[in-house]
Design a protein around this ligand. Structure first.
Ligand SMILES: CC(C)(COP(=O)(O)OP(=O)(O)OC[C@H]1O[C@@H](n2cnc3c(N)ncnc32)[C@H](O)[C@@H]1OP(=O)(O)O)[C@@H](O)C(=O)NCCC(=O)NCCS
Length: 169
């Protein structure tokens, strides 16, 4: 069973090496970060209401991170929503249902926050993530074209799906 834990210095040290892996960075459309960049980013997290991140802990080690960004708590005109992000590292631990377990916990948190929609962006060509998100109940909304095309997917709390549980079924 995965556990979501608050990230700390040990997470930062561990994840720093993940963020030097070019294949991984391409899959999440990110660029390499320095250890100092990471520390600065970590230091400002506590003051942010629009951002929530947890480290994924399994078998006595860090194996990834999940979270929500752009959390719109009080959006009276549109749906209250947030953008999901997540990854499991290393590759050997993928496709064992760990990503789904971690994602369910994010859904639970989103439900408790009263969010009506979770959306995400996945790099076109990242077939593993696309397949996982479809299995987890997301649907493709549109594509943002750019140097790297990003597929925008979403899941509402009133959709029925066989994999999910909780309000975002
Ligand atoms: C996307 C990611 C988080 C999924 O986590 P995971 O632990 O592998 O996912 P799960 O095991 O819970 O679910 C796997 C399901 O996704 C689909 N899937 C995953 N990898 C797949 C692949 N290579 N080919 C086809 N389907 C795949 C399958 O439907 C699979 O279910 P199955 O094994 O029962 O057939 C993981 O692949 C990852 O971290 N990738 C690298 C980072 C990344 O791409 N993040 C997303 C950025 S938008």
């Amino acid at each position: 069973m995965v556990i979501l834990r608050n990230i700390d210095d040990s997470f930062l040290e561990c994840s720093y090496s993940w963020f030097q892996d070019d294949d991984f960075l391409r899959s999440i459309d990110a660029t390499p970060v320095t250890f100092d960049d990471q520390k600065v980013w970590f230091a400002q997290l506590n003051s942010r209401l629009d951002y929530w991140v947890k480290g994924v802990w399994f078998d006595d080690k860090w194996i990834g991170a999940v979270g929500l960004k752009r959390i719109a708590h009080n959006d009276v005109c549109k749906e209250k929503s947030a953008e999901y992000f997540g990854y499991i590292y290393p590759r050997e631990l993928r496709r064992r249902g760990l990503g789904l377990q971690a994602y369910f916990k994010v859904e639970e948190f989103a439900t408790n926050l009263g969010l009506q929609k979770i959306y995400l962006k996945v790099v076109e060509g990242n077939e593993a993530a696309l397949a996982a998100y479809i299995k987890w109940g997301f649907e493709v909304d549109y594509v943002i074209e750019g140097e790297v095309n990003l597929i925008v997917m979403s899941k509402s709390n009133n959709k029925q799906h066989t994999v999910g549980k909780g309000n975002f079924l």
